[in-house]
Write a protein of this length. Structure first.
Length: 624
């Protein structure tokens, strides 16, 4: 990232940008680089405090790219100067991503606990916000059961807890009918009139909605082709010798003009605005235009990203037709409770963030009753089937290959289960994490620690269920210390496999992760079963390679737990059982000199490796 930014004084709430470029890499395939594509081409502009501003343009014009660039939601490939107060802004994305299984009230309390250090009169403040956004009657409903409009209003309510001065919204009216979209814009207009800077992208608004905006910024082919008031649109087009027909809406016509004939008018219109450096305004469409140059500012070098506050994402709209009253109430009542909201924002300690997130994650785990029941049933049935297949064979000296199948099968069951669950479930969680860390709800490290610790109780419960049933039903020695080692090995394998699943889920989408996961597991499983019948002849290089397979390491550790530690001779129902002495079996498998502590060490190293990958992937997803 090569960009220059500065932070305003505490009194400034405007957003200004100058000569902003945004470039992305193009690939025809995963392995083939096809050059770079410039999305934004040196655009400039400003959005003023107390105004509702819209970024418009046809599809592919660069609206969302500009919003992402000036807000900091995207930093890779962005160049230019952006001046704004970053520590009191939020970003609300088009899609509403909230913590699942939490009610509206619990989400509001979570936002308050993570954002405000002093939480006196918290209940009064939250009730006031919910009432003004017409959500108070839905406070005991989980977010996923809200209507689309209610979820969007909830996104705004969660950010109003610490009263940010700058709101960025990506397509807040997307998917809404005309009446509901107008209500949404009225709400944003009322919020702007209370002293906020509100910037949103919108594709092609109706004439009614168009006139609600205080400022319009039109993009085409990555260039600014108009910046000014809605009333200045028609006079501006006249400067380019373009007359808008009377039956046309100005918002429709300017989009039609810049999109016609492959955009041949774009260079001329961009030149008239100096690519965003000029703002046009007029008191009446019939009066002459008054072009005014945007305020120029001195920009200083931006501090490193990790020291900059981040923003948030969500959207604002309604689908239930109840927002009209809410907008009016907001306009009248915000003054009443804005004093509570203007509390200076401080960083909450990492320990407190960890405790709050830990509590929420455990609560969500306990509320996922169906998922818990399915996982518990799965482990119980697998333990029962394994126990029945190997029932009372654990002390049979003539069943050496059955003993190997038992150890390998148990490990494979743990691995595949613990890898696939995070691959299928965690990518959706990553979107919530990106939104909340970007808005400075919490830092990534407290979240990561809470994630790792909160999953331990369920891991212990599920693996203890499976391992206990398989151990006792298979007739292994009734030695509690050996059983504890047996369970500990299973738990370590589970933690490594879960770390691998989380790493894949944090890096790839569900679709790609479902391919990558089995693709990685397959060779690890191959290494796990390789060479047990000629273990002493395995080349040294292959032995080193097998240590990178936690599945192989887990199988060896489980064999040592079952047959090591000077176990007594097994029963023999035949004339001669070559492997009735467990030491002979360990010698044959070439693990007689292997320490189980060494295997635990390898599993611990592999677990740490995957957990580090999880953190790196999350950091890359959240901060680039």
């Amino acid at each position: 990232m090569d960009q220059t930014r500065s932070i305003y004084s505490k009194q400034s709430k405007d957003v200004e940008f100058q000569d902003v470029f945004y470039t992305v890499d193009r690939r025809t395939s995963f392995f083939r680089f096809a050059g770079q594509q410039q999305i934004l081409k040196g655009v400039s502009g400003s959005f003023r405090n107390g105004q509702l501003s819209a970024i418009m343009g046809p599809s592919g014009a660069g609206k969302s790219s500009l919003l992402n660039a000036i807000s900091g939601f995207r930093t890779t490939g962005v160049k230019g100067s952006i001046k704004m107060r970053r520590d009191n802004a939020c970003y609300i994305t088009q899609d509403d991503h909230h913590q699942t299984l939490l009610t509206v009230e619990e989400l509001m309390n979570l936002s308050c606990d993570l954002k405000l250090k002093q939480r006196h009169k918290k209940e009064e403040m939250l009730t006031e916000i919910l009432k003004n956004l017409n959500l108070n009657h839905r406070r005991n409903v989980t977010a996923e059961k809200l209507s689309g409009g209610e979820r969007k209003r909830l996104s705004i309510a969660l950010e109003l807890v610490d009263n940010p001065n700058i709101f960025f919204l990506d397509e807040p009216t997307s998917g809404l009918d005309e009446v509901t979209a107008a209500q949404c814009i009225r709400l944003l207009k009322a919020m702007a009139q209370e002293g906020r800077t509100i910037v949103c992208t919108i594709h092609q608004p109706s004439a009614t909605i168009y006139n609600y905006f205080d400022s319009i910024y039109v993009l085409a082919k990555g260039q600014c082709v108009f910046q000014g008031t809605p009333q200045a649109t028609i006079p501006f087009l006249r400067l380019a010798q373009i007359d808008c027909p009377r039956h046309y809406s100005p918002s429709d016509y300017i989009i039609e003009v810049i999109d016609a004939e492959e955009g041949h008018m774009v260079p001329l219109l961009s030149e008239l605005t100096e690519n965003g450096k000029l703002t046009y305004h007029t008191k009446h469409p019939d009066l002459p235009l008054e072009p005014m140059q945007a305020i120029t500012t001195l920009f200083v070098e931006q501090p490193k990203r990790q020291f900059l506050p981040a923003f948030f994402a969500g959207s604002a709209a309604s689908t239930d037709g109840t927002l009209m009253g809410a907008a009016g109430a907001l306009l009248e009542q915000v003054k009443v409770f804005s004093q509570h909201l203007q509390t200076e924002r401080r960083d909450i300690s990492g320990v407190q963030q960890f405790l709050v997130l830990m509590r929420v994650m455990l609560l969500r785990t306990m509320r996922a009753r169906l998922a818990l029941a399915i996982q518990l049933l799965h482990h119980t049935l697998c333990g029962l089937f394994f126990g029945l297949i190997f029932f009372q064979l654990g002390n049979q000296g003539g069943r050496m290959f059955d003993h190997l199948k038992f150890c390998i099968g148990a490990v494979l069951m743990i691995v595949y289960t613990q890898v696939m669950v995070p691959i299928l479930s965690y990518p959706a969680e990553v979107k919530v994490v990106k939104k909340e860390t970007f808005n400075r709800w919490y830092s990534l490290m407290p979240y990561y620690m809470a994630l790792s610790v909160s999953r331990l109780p369920l891991q212990v419960l599920l693996n203890l269920t499976f391992m206990a049933m398989t151990y006792w039903m298979s007739g292994l020695p009734e030695q509690m210390w050996r059983f504890c080692i047996f369970v500990a090995v299973g738990l370590m394998i589970s933690l490594v496999a879960e770390g691998m699943g989380l790493a894949i889920g944090a890096t790839f989408s569900i679709t790609n992760g479902s391919v990558v996961g089995p693709m990685i597991i397959a060779p690890l499983m191959g290494l796990a079963i390789y060479g047990f019948d000629f273990a002493s002849q395995i080349p040294g290089a292959m032995n080193v390679l097998m240590k990178f397979s936690y599945v192989r390491v887990g199988v060896v550790a489980l064999i040592l737990a079952v047959f090591g530690f000077q176990r007594e001779e097994l029963d023999c129902d035949e004339i001669y059982c070559h492997f009735s002495d467990p030491r002979v079996l360990l010698k044959f498998l070439d693990v007689d000199k292997v320490s189980i502590l060494h295997q635990f060490g390898l599993l611990a190293m592999l677990m740490i490796f995957f957990r580090v990958i999880v953190y790196i992937s999350l950091r890359k997803r959240c901060y680039t």
